[in-house]
Design a protein around this ligand. Structure first.
Ligand SMILES: [Cu+2]
Length: 518
């Protein structure tokens, strides 16, 4: 037996090999409570604070930023079609926790700690979408050029879904989210009642984030690239942490009953993608994608999740009493190959009457032939004046004039032509789309004369992405096609890569949704 002192003496937070796994219980994020009700509608105030957070029982506390001082932030739970108001308040210190690259767009000014909150996946009026330049500093003392309102309105006119909120401030999103500014936003749909899915304490959100620490337990985020760029601090082309935090604890465990559970899994990492698998290879059932329930459950043994993607699954532990089942990431070996552990050690507290229904929601087709317009959009790389990689969308920078102006009432296909050498998770604000297909093309030919010479047939979307999506993996060497209908909420939004290091430099573009022309 080791005493606590003996264990903590051996732990070096900068060396993940010294951090024991499955020590902490998986925390379940608390649910946000409205501070008042205005004309029958809930009004929340959620502030961003710098606090001390315990990532691991045996590690020293870590200074983080959290919504209401929590990591993850409090879960906002709303009903479909229920309007709520949220006043997001910046109560953070004037100095940033992490190194700011002053050369990035919007980062040169005197205000280090700029924040703005985006609910990812929400059908929301543009003034409440959290435009990257609608930022505000502590007590709204300074505001960005696009700042319009302090109180955001969310009408939640969309299917029940696992959404999430996170910071979106121009040029420092990667730092603000890494510091801890992320939480769940769950829309509950009355149609789910009759489905008898596992609910209440058997319905658990799981936020996966990679993190690295300094020896003193503080958050580590690199100040420069390797080899170093001529500017310091410098943005990274990507970031990979060396530990896995789930709901704010490193490699936690969850004690479960021998019954069915619903897990709402979110990859809230800056860059890392994961392919989830249960340690014994047992299958599970996917029931929802980013935008809500799918037509019918899909049996899976692995589930890839790129940054910002969500997937809801049902795992049945009923035949595995006493077992300890590791949730793995098959993309990696070693520490990053382990996410958390389920310990089937709790007694069954009541008969499990939940179900995995044969069908979930009616089919909602959105087919290629329904499109009014197709946009060809490239993902491409170049170099900046310091010789650093600069990733762009359609060869344009963030501040170039708006080129994507979809019209309300129209259905559009966007074809992401990936000219880079790696996949990017592409996210479009405001709408949910369907993935049509991916199709290989001749990159050399395209770069010579701009002609898309396909080199193979279209590849159907993966079985786990055949539902409403707001983020899609745009593979290298492929043209990835998505289809969406713009139905309401004209205004100024964005679309971008959700690798946060890319989004900040400079893989993000504005999008103006325009009213129907008469
Ligand atoms: Cu990217």
């Amino acid at each position: 037996m080791h005493t606590l002192d003996q264990v903590t003496d051996k732990i070096d937070p900068s060396n993940p090999d010294t951090i024991p796994k499955f020590v902490d219980e998986l925390p379940i994020p608390s649910v946000a409570r409205p501070s008042k009700v205005i004309r029958g509608k809930s009004y929340y105030e959620i502030d961003m604070r710098q606090v001390q957070h315990k990532f691991h029982k045996f590690m020293p506390s870590t200074t983080i930023w959290g919504y209401n001082g929590l990591q993850p932030g409090p879960t906002i739970k709303v009903k479909r079609n229920e309007t709520i108001y949220v006043k997001w308040k910046n109560q953070l210190p004037a100095k940033h926790l992490l190194p700011i690259d002053r050369t990035l767009h919007g980062s040169a000014g005197p205000h280090d700690v700029r924040t703005v909150v985006h609910v990812h996946g929400a059908n929301v009026d543009w003034e409440s979408d959290g435009y990257p330049e609608a930022w505000f500093t502590k007590n709204f003392a300074a505001t960005g050029p696009n700042f319009l309102r302090k109180v955001y309105e969310y009408t939640n006119r969309q299917m029940g879904a696992t959404l999430w909120y996170h910071d979106h401030a121009i040029g420092i999103t990667r730092l603000n989210v890494y510091a801890g500014l992320a939480g769940f936003y769950l829309i509950q749909d009355p149609v789910e009642k009759r489905l008898k899915l596992p609910s209440s304490r058997y319905d658990i959100p799981i936020m996966i984030q990679d993190r690295s620490f300094n020896a003193d337990g503080s958050l580590f985020y690199p100040e420069n690239t390797d080899p170093p760029a001529p500017v310091n601090p410098s943005v990274q082309p990507f970031f990979n942490g060396n530990t896995i935090a789930v709901n704010g604890k490193l490699w936690p465990r969850l004690k479960v009953e021998p019954r069915k559970y619903r897990f709402r899994i979110l990859n809230a990492s800056n860059t890392n993608g994961y392919t989830l698998r249960l340690g014994d290879g047992r299958t599970f059932y996917q029931i929802a994608t980013d935008g809500g329930l799918i037509e019918k459950p899909v049996e899976l043994d692995t589930l890839p999740l790129f940054p910002a993607e969500r997937s809801e699954i049902i795992v049945d532990f009923s035949k595995h009493k006493g077992k300890k089942i590791i949730l793995q990431n098959t993309n990696e070996e070693g520490n990053l190959g382990v996410i958390m552990r389920f310990d089937v050690v709790l007694p069954l507290s009541q008969k499990d009457t939940s179900r995995i229904p044969a069908t979930l929601v009616p089919e909602q087709p959105l087919e290629e032939k329904m499109a009014d317009k197709t946009r060809l959009l490239t993902l491409n790389g170049t170099q900046d004046e310091y010789g650093r990689p600069l990733l762009l969308l359609d060869h344009r920078m963030w501040h170039d004039p708006v080129t994507e102006k979809p019209e309300i009432g129209t259905t559009e296909i966007w074809k992401f032509i990936n000219e880079t050498t790696f996949p990017h998770p592409m996210h479009i604000h405001l709408i949910q789309f369907k993935v049509l297909h991916r199709r290989p093309f001749d990159l050399e030919r395209f770069q010579q004369d701009g002609y898309i010479q396909y080199t193979g047939p279209p590849i159907e979307p993966e079985v786990y992405e055949r539902g409403w999506k707001d983020t899609v993996r745009a593979d290298d060497g492929m043209v990835t096609s998505v289809i969406m209908k713009f139905t309401e909420n004209p205004g100024l939004y964005v679309w971008h890569c959700h690798i946060l290091e890319h989004e900040d430099y400079d893989m993000m573009r504005p999008m103006t949704v325009v009213k129907k022309r008469k």
